[in-house]
Design a protein around this ligand. Structure first.
Ligand code: DP6
Length: 333
């Protein structure tokens, strides 16, 4: 009853922000993302009699009962898995990310996609990809999408039990070979407000949240069309506008949620200037200060050269569309 899996993180082009059901992690709106090759969570899980309590170790640190990571994320998820699989054993989970945790790089997306995939094997659940995405969703909403590679849509579904709230692949990773993302790390610090609490507060208090919901379907249509046609301008413009609309709802939340730092603003301004000067780039930002620049492969070296002038940047990572979650034989314990 032991298995390991690897899942890449994903970057949302049309964001998921707001839940209609907190317990089942059902979103208010559908979302679209691109799964990112090479930035992943590697997770090993083992169920067994020898474990008297669940154990969770992330990046070498053990999270115990009483911590948010354990109580709100791991324990809730494992209890659901036990109820659903009718297996009563406790589990040990060891997980490693090759990117900074909780800094707006959707670590829970990669983490729960890997964990769900490993659990499926460890407990012989024989779940389909769609069912796996539903299982991953119970850990963290954005994880629903990381089960699949390439460009992915998480369809919000309409059923109250969430059985139709799952992800589908729009196109595989190699469909759009010159699509690139430059991830600009403007800070490696852990963010103060997790997406979970942030989105709840936004739904409750932002007067702009209604406007967000009113326009997101149009963004989904445009992003999907752009992806299918490999229309970089349409995808980039839609993603950037959608990101700014989400951040407008965050900023107008009470108390305000401002994930940006000085570096974030500097990259935003640079991208806008570059575009005016003819270098076609767009940005998107999740619940953190990192900026992801969307560009075409032929512009990567120019973008990298220009990013060197931004002194506030800690690091940049070049990424492309990547594979979905998969089993590995390499166990972490
Ligand atoms: C801004 O998936 O981390 O990255 O479902 O509560 O675990 P929970 O939230 P999470 O939220 C991600 C929000 C986002 C946008 C996105 O990835 O679509």
């Amino acid at each position: 009853m032991k298995a390991s899996a690897i899942a890449n993180l994903n970057i949302a082009l049309v964001k998921y922000w707001g839940k209609r059901n907190k317990e089942l992690i059902l979103p208010k709106n559908s979302s679209i993302s691109v799964t990112i090759e090479g930035l992943f969570s590697h997770t090993t899980v083992e169920f067994g009699e020898e474990y008297k309590d669940d154990i969770f170790v992330l990046d070498g640190k053990e999270f115990k009962r009483g911590s948010e990571e354990y109580d709100e994320y791991i324990e809730k998820f494992l209890n659901f898995v036990r109820q659903f699989s009718k297996i009563n054993f406790r589990a040990k989970i060891v997980s490693k990310n090759n990117f900074p945790p909780a800094a707006g790089l959707a670590s829970s997306a990669a983490g729960f996609a890997a964990l769900a995939t490993a659990i499926n094997k460890a407990l012989n659940l024989a779940l389909s990809q769609t069912e796996l995405s539903i299982l991953a969703r119970r850990g963290s909403g954005s994880a629903t999408r990381s089960i699949f590679g390439g460009f992915v849509e998480w369809r919000k579904g309409v059923k109250e039990d969430g059985s139709d709230s799952s992800a589908v692949q729009i196109v595989p990773p190699d469909y759009w070979p010159d699509f690139r993302i430059l991830i600009c790390l403007t800070s490696k610090k852990e963010k103060k407000i997790k997406s979970r609490a942030g989105m709840e507060q936004t739904v409750k208090t932002s007067p702009y949240y209604r406007a967000w919901l009113a326009t997101v379907d149009e963004d989904l249509k445009k992003a999907k069309k752009g992806i299918l046609e490999k229309n970089f301008t349409l995808v980039g413009k839609t993603a950037e506008e959608n990101c700014l609309k989400m951040h407008a709802t965050m900023i107008t939340t009470y108390p305000p949620i401002i994930y940006w730092n000085e570096g974030t603003i500097e990259v935003i301004r640079s991208v806008l200037n570059w575009r005016e000067g003819g270098l076609e780039t767009y940005f998107t930002i999740d619940a953190g200060p990192q900026v992801k620049i969307l560009c075409k492969e032929l512009d990567v070296s120019e973008v990298k050269k220009r990013l060197k002038n931004i002194k506030t940047l800690e690091n940049t990572i070049l990424a492309r569309p990547g594979r979905g979650a998969r089993i590995t034989k390499r166990h972490l314990f």
